[in-house]
Write a protein that binds this ligand. Structure first.
Ligand code: JFZ
Length: 458
């Protein structure tokens, strides 16, 4: 943050930490699902059976890469994939059921990625689902199915379009460029208004592809567009990746104030300390492969995150007041990758027992634990134990000045009451005191488990 406040005309439109019901719901989600689905699902990161790129390649970017086995005119090939898009196994209700069983409370769906192909029937382009053999409104199916399961829907929307002749990367200079790009801006606005008209149930937008100078320099347009979107859809939630101020500052304006309702920069990474977040709402989005949001046929040779890895990230996120959003990339027929199915099941089984430490839970103001992550709900404190101590003593440091300390404890999914012992071991006596929760030696768990503690007077 700058020492002195600067005059910023195109700063935040909504206040930090909105207190309305929609934002409260956002804070309570804990776990979300992202779905990247589009034409890139057909190649699945391969040209004729050979990976376009190995390692940290993002499969939904295949149009930009030739790769060892790409057809000569691979961009043209890609731009004709829509003629084959006919997902016979697509079942939005099955996806929504899976997400619900996994414990997801919101989902983000790609209406249009960087390739520009719209998965809904749009009046403003011919490059949409109606041009494909499928010819049905996929966005509607998804919005309806998830809403019916009680899962809030957010729409991912890429501003950037690779193959739109009106799109520019650099800020327009000539009159001709300006006319073209203005047309593009109008088109973007039309599509966004159209999405709000068609799918009034949605809770928010998850914007992407807003980093090019053309968009950055359009701060007057984007500021007004944000206002119009909010007027049309009261309560709408927009992340910090939508726009920037007149000095080109994205996510946070020149005074360090967040632009939008939550910080949207945590992409395949997590904040390591609560202080980093400056009290802002946030979510983190995560892939299972190293980087690959769209379908990847072949996971071999890649490190794909395990259920335990993901649970660790989930609890870290929630303990820092954020939502953790796990990405799925269904194949060209609409089926999830088998590896994703497995993870969804395992996460769901864990969430069934431990979900109360996630949904509606908040950051707990306690010294960080080496054993795992704290979350809290009213007078209930949760410790998700990822590192079980060899002596089975879960030692909880409590600031001396605190008027709430653990008075009783159990393990979620287990009825037995655990012993709680005040063990003032004499370290940093002026600051903290300690409460030991005794984990029964016979208690076995093959994953992280959650100690639930009631807090009361010392
Ligand atoms: C973008 C897309 O390019 C990608 O295909 C995917 O949809 C992902 C969710 O979003 O990629 C980004 C965007 C922002 C950052 C990194 C990758 N970032 O802010 O670090």
């Amino acid at each position: 943050k700058p020492a002195e406040r600067k005059e910023v005309k195109y700063g935040p439109i909504t206040p930090k930490n909105r207190t309305d019901a929609n934002m409260e719901a956002f804070r309570n989600y804990g776990l979300g699902q992202f779905i990247h689905w589009g034409l890139y699902a057909i190649p699945g990161n391969e040209w004729e059976g050979v990976s376009a790129r190995k390692g940290a390649a993002a499969s939904e970017w295949i149009r930009t890469w030739s790769g060892p086995n790409a057809p000569k005119n691979w961009k043209e090939t890609y731009d004709n994939l829509y003629k084959q898009f006919d997902p016979k196994s697509f079942d939005a209700k099955a996806w929504a059921k899976q997400a619900k069983d996994m414990g997801a409370k919101y989902m983000i769906f790609t209406t249009k990625h960087h390739d520009g192909f719209a998965l809904w029937p749009t009046q403003y382009s011919d490059y949409d689902i109606m041009a494909s053999p499928y010819k049905k409104d996929i966005v509607k199916e998804v919005v309806d199915a998830y809403t019916a399961e009680g899962i809030d829907v957010y729409l991912y929307f890429s501003v950037l379009e690779w193959n739109n002749p009106d799109y520019l990367t650099k800020a327009p200079v000539t009159a001709e460029e300006k006319a073209k790009y203005n047309k593009f801006l109008q088109y973007t606005k039309n599509q966004l208004m159209e999405l709000l008209t068609n799918y009034p149930q949605i809770k928010g937008f998850w914007f992407d592809g807003t980093w090019d100078q053309s968009w950055v320099q359009s701060y007057d347009f984007t500021y007004n567009l944000e206002k119009e979107l909010r007027e049309k859809h009261p309560g709408l939630i927009i992340g910090s990746r939508f726009r920037n101020d007149e000095f080109g500052k994205r996510h946070f304006d020149s005074n360090g104030d967040i632009l939008g309702d939550y910080e949207q920069g945590w992409e395949r990474k997590l904040p390591q300390a609560y202080e980093w977040l400056d009290g802002n709402d946030w979510d983190a989005v995560m892939t299972i492969p190293p980087n690959g949001w769209g379908y990847m046929k072949d996971w071999s040779g890649l490190y794909t995150k395990t259920t335990d890895d993901l649970l660790d990230m989930l609890m870290q996120s929630v303990s820092l007041n954020g939502n953790f959003v796990l990405n799925f990339g269904p194949d060209g027929q609409g089926k999830m990758h088998p590896g994703e199915d497995k993870i969804a099941k395992e996460l769901g089984a864990w969430m069934k027992v431990n979900g109360e430490a996630v949904h509606g839970a908040r950051h707990a103001d306690l010294p960080v634990s080496k054993l795992g992550y704290y979350t809290e709900k009213g007078n209930t404190l949760y410790l998700s134990v990822f590192n079980r101590p060899v002596n089975n003593i879960a030692r909880i440091a409590v600031p001396k000045k605190s008027n709430r300390v653990p008075v009783s404890a159990q393990i979620l999914g287990n009825k037995a009451q655990l012993k709680v012992v005040h063990s003032d071991i004499g370290l940093d006596l002026d600051k903290n005191t300690y409460y030991d929760v005794i984990i029964p030696k016979g208690y076995k768990s093959h994953r992280a488990f959650v100690i639930k503690m009631e807090l009361g007077e010392p």
